[in-house]
Design a protein around this ligand. Sequence first.
Ligand code: 9MR
Length: 356
Amino acid sequence: MKYFRIPVVGLLGATLLLTGIQAASAHEAPGGAQAPLRTLADRADLRIGTAVDMAALADDTTYRRTTGREFNSVTAENVMKWEVVEPARGTYDWSGADALVRFARDRGQVVRGHTLVWHSQLPGWLTSGVADGSIDAAELRGILRKHVTTEVKRYRGQIQQWDVVNEVFEEDGSLRDSIWLQKLGLSYIADAFRWAHAADPKAKLFLNDYNVEGINAKSTAYYDLAKRLRAEGVPVQGFGAQGHLAIQYGFPGDVAANLDRFAKLGMQTAFTEVDVRMILPVDEEKPATQAAYFRGLLDACLGTRSCKSFTVWGFTDKYSWVPGVFEGQGAATLMDEGFGVKPAWGAVREGLAAGR
Ligand code: 9MR
């Protein structure tokens, strides 16, 4: 998977964004005497969320406490994905997903469902069946329908927003050449939304992707798709920009304008997977730039009425996916590996406190 970004605003923009941010000290306790992030977010009519690593939630008390104390929305980092919930055909494993939904209910948190239709993390029985021809197109469509319906129904009434289709466009705005497009044609996208809506009419149904924070060919492809689907009466209600940024590529341009154009279609918007990585080692300046990037996305969200949800893709470097995928990069989250808060934590905190 490639994540890159064309420098648009760059460090100057980052520096400007930093104005007014008072960075928290590296060793300040996250909660302490201060109100938790979720309390500030409530006042700003925002859900502040995190992706949750279920192994860490089970094994790491500090992780578990922080997840419950600081956030009022959670997303399953992996346990709602198809390869996890249906590892063998017709054999389901909902243990992780159920545990997260329970955890959230006990703490008054909402859940973002992630993700129903994706090209990645598909079960082996499905990809090999398609590859060897034993699953034909008609059967594949039935399998997809069953998957979407079964999972959405199971959590009916308990999921605030579902990422129904994830990462369906390439950087140039062309459709991703996934097994879904190859075998089912473009109609799989509308079908997935209709099936999800039938299974849980109250859940808000989202498109979701990376490198779509600003206005570019990819986000414009989403805009055109959303506009067409909504004109056709397809129940697509939200646009999620993941927000996987990297300080070496600059801050994306036109973020607020991008959210705004989806809002004008009558859609909700959200940042769904925010992290801001950097080339290691960390130095004196990079954490401040990172803080400005987090704050830049948060402010764009708070400045747009349609944006009611801001989720970070993990809150501690201890469990971040970044170093495992981008060699030599990391330090992408709000807290270091010892749960010490970084300037980015302070920036998010201040942004929430400032409100809309
Ligand atoms: O963080 C997730 C990581 O643990 C998984 O190994 C990976 C598998 O592709 O997926 C990561 O989450 C991704 C998310 O589901 C969709 N957007 C990109 C995220 C980071 O790769």
